[in-house]
Design a protein around this ligand. Structure first.
Ligand SMILES: C[S@@+](CC[C@H](N)C(=O)[O-])C[C@H]1O[C@@H](n2cnc3c(N)ncnc32)[C@H](O)[C@@H]1O
Length: 254
């Protein structure tokens, strides 16, 4: 069996290596829109700006990238440039990227519009994927207005070489219990080094250890109502280097 990706009978992409699914069945588009884009204040956050740079830990099947690109394309007030920076240790095949899009389900008219855009953009991504190699690569789409910088390798090794500062962060490893390397204090600190005061961060993960590491790295965080099967999600904002973050409250509404 391919240790990177297997397709479960219900169509969910599953990682035999980590024993976890890449996304919740049926709710993948909602997760991308609500947990990640919404959790980082997007699309509003990029409106009327020259550029917006998003960092993601865990490129996986590229859904968060495609959903961000599609939402950006659909927004009349979008920034002039969108730069998506992501990291992946175990890239899937181009065929799996495309299957990942084909197995998405739309639950309402808004998701249907997003999905048809995503399906078109996925073909461009799959074409670029043919040139995938280890290390950092940059691919330009949409006449150079959208750039994907993809670091192929371990998150901790790749983080210091990434372009910053970033305006938004999607933390999207597998569960911390099964994939602790994606949520370590060193990784969170490496992410913080790429942020500016005001950078927004979002995750489906509200684990206490992750919240504590975020706070120690200079973020304030807030739990929000989540999407099934997770009943909470995390929103955070970078305040500045941790040594000046001092005694700021870590949470509101926790
Ligand atoms: C939940 S999936 C990401 C889903 C993805 N954001 C999407 O939109 O499809 C987590 C990803 O983290 C990757 N990963 C796990 N450990 C890693 C590590 N140490 N360094 C880099 N990537 C890692 C996995 O291979 C997997 O693709």
């Amino acid at each position: 069996m391919d240790p990177t990706l297997a397709w479960l009978p219900d169509g969910s992409p599953y990682s035999p290596r980590y024993g976890d699914v890449y996304r919740s069945h049926g709710g993948a588009l909602a997760q991308a829109r609500t947990v990640f884009l919404g959790g980082c204040g997007l699309p509003m956050g990029w409106e009327d700006r020259a550029s917006c740079r998003i960092l993601e830990t865990g490129f996986g099947l590229g859904l968060n990238f495609l959903a961000s690109w599609a939402a950006w394309q659909a927004d009349e007030r979008r920034s002039s440039q969108l730069h998506f920076v992501s990291l992946e240790a175990h890239p899937v095949s181009a065929a799996d990227l495309l299957q990942g899009v084909q197995t998405l389900q739309a639950r309402d008219a808004q998701e249907l519009a997003l999905l048809s855009r995503i399906q078109m953009l996925a073909d461009d991504l799959a074409r670029a994927w043919a040139g995938l190699r280890p290390g950092l690569q940059h691919w330009d789409f949409d006449d150079g207005r959208v750039r994907l910088s993809l670091g192929i390798g371990d998150v901790l090794a790749q983080l210091p070489g990434l372009p910053g500062p970033v305006d938004a962060v999607y933390l999207d490893g597998f569960s911390p219990a099964r994939n602790p390397a994606m949520w370590s204090a060193e990784v969170i600190q490496g992410v913080a080094r790429l942020c500016h005061p005001g950078t927004r961060l979002a995750s489906w993960c509200v684990a206490g250890a992750v919240r504590q590491r975020l706070q120690q790295a200079g973020f304030e965080w807030r739990k929000q109502a989540g999407l099934a099967p997770k009943w909470q999600r995390l929103e955070a904002r970078y305040l500045g280097p941790a040594d000046t973050a001092g005694l700021r409250p870590g949470s509101a509404g926790a």
